[in-house]
Design a protein around this ligand. Structure first.
Ligand code: GDP
Ligand code: IMO
Ligand code: MG
Length: 422
């Protein structure tokens, strides 16, 4: 499989977890390189549902090595909870999970600040997952963050944590929020640190050695292109580089070792949280929610839904260098008579064929639609390209062509076997 970067080509929740699980079969190592437990990646194995937040989805395939890279922000208490959940489900973690020494920590004051800033923003809130992601990356950039390497050094951790809690309690006081107790946080984080210590290593050196041996490495993106801190709909974004470049900086694996980029996208569009979504459509949202679909894997919030937006996915192909496309949730469109696809944006008489940078401009954009006839039959049982209705094949071909990348996977259900390789 060589070294493959997998990214979300839309606003997150494209079905990355499912596709990672499918592709892990031919990988040796799976690496998370950015984000934190704001991610929720769903994998079905048989009828059992797993939702991974920090641990790469590859952990569910026996014998595969999984790495949490330096670019990830880790809430250690939450990570221990996730490890325990997997152990309870009899998934082998020991010997398969590796955690970067230099990944930054999410601390309780980050979560509290995340919440307080959202309250202060009022109707302009971002709609974050309240996992403390923005404040944790903020501390990393301000060089006031604590890292895994500090957590497993008891004397240093105690000293640094004291200073950080003192300063952050002053900020929390200004918000009118409750101060954080040093002793409680210290005890909980030290206990988590002791649990995590056996997994902690220099993952950059480990990945370099693996790459030299010819191992196939799969980089598991979290969130999606339009949540990228640089290329997304700022400020309605997350705080990391969710695009392909983040896989290099967040793992220490150099760009010239990367072989290909797979973009995952739904056959329609969803977004959870605030910010512009040009093709948003209440009827599709109602239809998908009535089917019990499109509720957030991390926060349970109903996702906003809309038609497929090829202006956005073409932009994603550009900033990620997408070579191959995996289209998921094709089956979500099975009951529609007519399916719309956004092929351009318009404000008055001005046409946009790219995603404008100013969110206020983007919010004013009206989609220009092309219409496709629906196939009006179930696609769930299709396992080969020729099993799909001709109209579904035409639709898939059209959205891949509009995006400007090669379609290699179509997904017609959440399970491993509900996958068509082209
Ligand atoms: P991720 O964050 O990109 O991994 O995506 P999520 O797991 O948050 O959300 C994707 C949802 O779609 C999950 O509930 C998956 O089980 C589900 N899913 C993925 N692919 C398909 C598909 O082809 N068909 C159906 N019906 N569900 C899918
Ligand atoms: P996966 O990996 C969808 C969204 C939040 C909010 C914005 C900022 O499952 O695709 P944050 O908590 O990161 O500061 O929130 O980003 N968001 C996601 N939306 N899928 C995700 O992850 C997301 N992670 C963050 O809803 O709009
Ligand atoms: Mg998700």
């Amino acid at each position: 499989m060589a070294n493959t970067i997998l990214v979300g080509a839309q606003w997150g929740d494209e079905g990355k977890g499912k596709i990672i699980d499918v592709l892990t079969e031919s990988a040796d190592i799976v690496v998370r390189t950015q984000g934190g437990n704001n991610a929720g990646h769903t994998v079905f194995i048989g009828k059992t549902k797993y939702v991974l937040h920090l641990i790469p989805s590859g952990i569910l395939r026996p014998g595969k090595k999984c790495v949490i890279g330096n670019g990830v922000v880790i809430d250690p208490v939450s990570l221990v909870g996730e490890i325990d959940g997997l152990l309870k489900a009899r998934v082998k973690v020991n010997g398969n999970l590796f955690i970067s020494e230099t990944a930054h920590l999410v601390l309780p004051y980050h979560r509290e600040l995340d919440e307080q800033r959202e309250i202060l923003k009022g109707k302009n809130k971002i709609g974050t997952t309240k996992r403390g992601i923005g404040p944790a990356y903020g501390d990393k950039a301000a060089r006031t963050g604590l890292r895994v390497i500090d957590l497993i050094n008891p004397a240093r951790f105690e000293q640094l944590l004291k200073i950080r809690i003192k300063e952050n309690n002053e900020v929390l006081k200004a918000f009118g929020a409750k101060p954080i107790s040093f002793s409680k946080v210290h005890a909980a984080y030290r206990a988590a640190g002791d649990r995590l210590r056996p997994f902690v290593t220099n993952t950059v050196v480990m990945l370099d050695q693996a790459a030299r041996r010819g191992a196939d490495i799969l980089f598991e993106g979290a969130q999606g292109t339009f949540l990228d801190i640089d290329h997304g709909t700022y400020p309605f974004v997350t705080s990391s580089n969710t695009t392909a470049g983040g896989a290099c900086t967040g793992s220490g694996v150099a760009p010239n070792r990367m072989d290909s980029v797979v973009g995952v996208m739904k056959a329609y569009t969803t977004r959870v949280g605030e910010g512009p979504l040009p093709t948003e459509n209440a009827e599709i949202a109602d239809m998908l929610h009535a089917m019990g679909r499109e509720f957030g894997a991390t926060t349970g919030r109903a996702r906003r839904c809309g038609w497929f937006d090829s202006v956005a996915t073409r932009h994603a192909a550009m900033v990620n260098g997408i070579d191959e496309l995996a289209v998921t949730n094709l089956d979500g469109l099975d009951t529609l008579e007519t399916i719309k696809v956004c092929v351009g944006y318009r404000i008055g008489t001005t046409r946009y064929d790219y995603v404008p940078n100013d969110v206020e401009t983007l919010a004013k954009c009206e989609p220009i639609y092309a219409e496709f006839p629906g196939w009006l039959q179930s696609t769930h049982k299709a396992r080969k390209w020729k099993d799909l209705p001709a109209k579904a094949r035409s639709y898939l071909k059209a959205i891949a062509e509009l995006t400007g990348a090669k379609l290699t996977i179509a997904s017609v259900g959440p399970a491993r076997e509900e996958t068509i390789f082209l």
